[in-house]
Design a protein around this ligand. Sequence first.
Ligand code: UDP
Length: 414
Amino acid sequence: MHAPSLPDRSFEDYVAVTDDDRIDRLHTLAETLESVRILHVNSTATGGGVAELLRSIVPVCRDLGIDDNWLVMDATDEFFDVTKSIHNGLQGSGPPLTEDMKATYHEVNEENAAELDGPFDLVVIHDPQPLGMIESVRRKLPDTPIIWRCHIDLTDPDEAYRSFVEAPAERTDHAIVSQSAYGDSIALPSTSVIHPSIDPVTEKNRSLDQETIATECDRLDPLSFEKPLVTQVSRFDPWKDQFGTLEAFRKAGETVTDLQLALVGGMAGDDPEGLELYERVAAQAVEDPAVHVLTDLPDLTVNVLQRRSDVVVQKSLREGFGLVVSEALWKRTPVVGSNVGGIPLQIRDGKTGYLVEPDDVEGVADRLVTLLEDETRRKRFGEDARDHVRKAFLLPRQLEELLAVFVDVLELED
Ligand code: UDP
């Protein structure tokens, strides 16, 4: 395992977007956890929502005086093939789970756990990839509580994968899921629900001056900000349904003149499916100059695209939470998203964007047209969107809930 490099974060930077009571509670929780050594384990330092969250939570906790640590698994492509299948299986569609796959999973987990150098007072395992470490961690740190933080949409898992993951998950001391419904499909120890959040001070989400925006827009040429623009930002992953987005864009383009689509995507380090899907999506874009497939953009450019698009789309088929939705809403851009997983928590239908059933391409196209043809509505939705994210989906709220769970699990008095 290795410790990823972390950005500097100061808790002071969040004061402007956090009410005083929450600030006081966070300081109290941090004091309670002052002598506690926490370890987060996940499987990638870059790409995807979990890395995005830890990159903010860990340095902010440190700034608050908590000894918070983050280790990323070292693993082979073969392991990531298996864990992507586990991810897909938990979301309802994986290949048959074989004994060889199970052996690869356990072997890599044991190798990583062998490197664990304690002591830690609390271990937080993120998602299924490192969950196979549980027995080794228990042996090494017999008195240390272990939390499983599952970020995946568990609405309707495949049975073989559900029971494979349930066995180690049940052996943890506590689980945290992103939505209450996710706890119903799998037997877990005591469970908390914590909605994820975005970090308003990062390069991805901070406010930008007009000059910076203009420079980034120029760099995105031949994409034009003078013409209508719809954007989806997602890893290249079948669950994000970039092909469905393309289809909806084409239908909307029959009504909206000069419509453009930006499909922005990256490859997460632990996601082997990305490249193949990217190539298939890019092949479609080659035939259509109005479709721009953009990969591995810097966070500043993603920020500009999310704020300067007329509408953002998130046409996922499953979605644990979908940070990209709040990222766009925070920048006052309305979002048309599928009514799956965490998306309906974020989009208030008819107020901050529109919710559409995941297989309803026609519905996405209709909603896009409604928004693209009505600037006043977009502006109104954008203001409501900003307000909704400020109240519900910024980092200090998530941090308070997370630290409160840590205090409970450790049976500390706060
Ligand atoms: N992301 C990015 N560039 C990309 C694609 C994704 O920076 O090309 C970021 C995106 O802004 C978000 C995270 O990756 O912060 C994706 O998190 P989300 O919860 O939406 O989905 P996940 O990838 O975890 O399924």
